[in-house]
Design a protein around this ligand. Structure first.
Ligand SMILES: C[S@@+](CC[C@H](N)C(=O)[O-])C[C@H]1O[C@@H](n2cnc3c(N)ncnc32)[C@H](O)[C@@H]1O
Ligand code: FES
Length: 451
């Protein structure tokens, strides 16, 4: 039984450097083009598009096959796709000039290729060549650093509609030769396009990195650029057992980028947290380290009877006030400048929230915060901790383990923690029940209930 009229397989296999593959011949762009053309013609529900691994026909790649008839296309280019989609996938007539019909030649090539590939891999193995995946991981900072420098220099905005390296260098106050080197690398990374001497933004760069664009993420991403400087102290931090002070940290600009970076994630996650916790019977919420106020804002918008109080550091609260005022919920949200570790929490709350807070503190500090949160909650009140939660042995998930390193370089004693640690601290603080609520995405909730 065929659930689709056509099932298209596009080979996107990557191979070790120096070995030919469909991916090295641009098959990912091909896949994107098939998808785009299918959607444009309303074929999304009739045709299933699947990427697949090597079919042994790499010399003739990029290769794609259309089932159920088993029509094999070879050396396909993105310019061929509108014709294939229209004639074959819409009208049912294969594009003959691109179809490869010689089944015995295909089989012979596939067998020969399998042998060649196995011998090439055996030769690399014998020579002790560093595996590509290791090499890629080790050099992973290179693309990242190019993008972060481009963001720091506001290069994508300087590119504008189109400009030469010289014009861009002048705008960002940089050396034209060096700007050209960086611009060419950004073209190689697929973040700019080049024609003659001129560069222009790709649709994604124009959307996400250019000042004035509705979806500009530059300010939030500059927080990642700040973190990069902290990560470069990792070796020292591991030797010392704590973070190493760096220049330019915690300046007003750093704090603004930090809160913008937090807001980027928080505004997407806040509705999930509101849904998971619910608003029934909730009147007062304490949002410890509320940052941009995204979670309080989401609760206030979900329920006009809810009142929130945010406690955050004095340097953050003017920024918190800006976000809340922009969301037009100032009447429902109070802001207090203070320190979670030293200042009073008040009492009678239905929910105390700790979103992305516990990882900044040590186990002892968190135990104390949980104890004081328990005191601040009304009967049946809940403590809601949202964070990246580690497995019991703390080796995964990967994002949580890496985030723990982020806290090692960024705080005195912070870390990611496991579900067992959080629920244990809650029980020790007097919560009668502590349970995990999995959220879509990388962070989850641990909720403790007061008797
Ligand atoms: C990682 S951000 C999380 C912000 C927000 N809860 C969110 O999830 O978007 C940490 C927040 O805690 C605040 N913060 C850090 N240390 C604090 C302390 N000792 N007392 C109060 N707030 C603190 C920071 O200013 C920042 O707003
Ligand atoms: S990599 Fe695509 S057929 Fe071999």
């Amino acid at each position: 039984m065929e659930p689709f009229r056509f099932h298209v397989f596009v080979c996107t296999q990557e191979k070790p450097s120096g070995i030919l593959s469909c991916a090295s011949r641009g098959s990912r762009a091909l896949r994107d083009a098939v998808d785009r053309e299918m959607q444009a013609r309303g074929l999304g529900s009739d045709v299933q598009l699947t990427t697949c691994g090597c079919m042994g026909l790499c010399d003739e790649g990029p290769v794609m096959v259309v089932y159920p008839a088993g029509v094999w296309y070879r050396r396909v280019q993105p310019v061929d796709i509108p014709e294939i989609v229209e004639k074959h996938l819409r009208d049912g007539k294969p594009v003959e000039r691109l179809v490869w019909k010689d089944a015995s030649a295909m089989k012979a090539m596939s067998v020969e290729h399998g042998g060649q590939f196995r011998s090439a891999m055996a030769a690399r193995e014998k020579a002790g060549t560093l595996a590509d995946w290791l090499n890629e991981m080790i050099r992973g900072f290179m693309p990242s650093r190019c993008i972060l420098t481009a963001l720091e220099l506001d290069l994508f905005t300087a590119v504008g509609d189109r400009a030469t390296a010289e014009q861009i260098g002048t705008k960002i106050n940089a050396n034209a030769r060096a700007a050209g080197v960086l611009l060419n690398a950004l073209v190689a990374l697929g973040l700019l396009e080049k024609s003659g001497d001129e560069y222009k933004n790709t649709p994604e760069s124009a959307r996400y990195f250019v000042q004035g664009s509705k979806d500009n993420h530059r300010n939030g991403l500059l927080h990642t650029a700040n973190i990069w400087h902290r990560w470069s102290t990792l070796t020292d931090a591991v030797r010392r057992g704590t973070c190493v002070p760096i220049d330019h940290a915690n300046t007003p600009e750093w704090t603004r980028n930090f809160i913008a970076g937090m807001h980027r994630n928080a505004r997407e996650r806040a509705p999930l947290v509101v849904k998971a916790l619910g608003t029934a019977g909730v009147r007062r919420i304490l949002d410890l380290g509320g940052g941009s106020g995204a979670y309080s804002i989401a609760f206030a918008q979900a329920c006009p009877d809810v009142k929130c109080e945010i406690l955050d550091l004095p340097e953050a609260v003017p920024l918190t006030a800006e976000y809340i005022s922009r969301a037009s919920v100032s009447a429902q949200i109070g802001i207090c400048a203070g320190d979670i570790l030293h200042d009073q929490f008040g009492s009678g709350y239905d929910i105390v929230m700790l979103n992305a807070i516990c990882h900044m503190f040590s186990e002892e500090q968190n135990r104390e915060i949980f104890r004081r949160a328990h005191e601040a909650l009304a009967p049946n009140g809940r403590l809601a901790v949202q964070d990246f939660i580690l497995n019991p042995d703390k080796t995964g998930p990967q994002h949580a383990a890496l985030f723990s390193v982020n806290m090692l370089v960024g705080t005195e004693a912070g870390a990611s923690y496991s579900e067992q640690e959080y629920t244990g601290w809650m029980k020790a603080a007097g919560f009668v029940e502590a349970r995990r609520i999995n959220l879509p995405g990388p962070s989850d909730l641990i909720v403790g209930q007061v008797n």
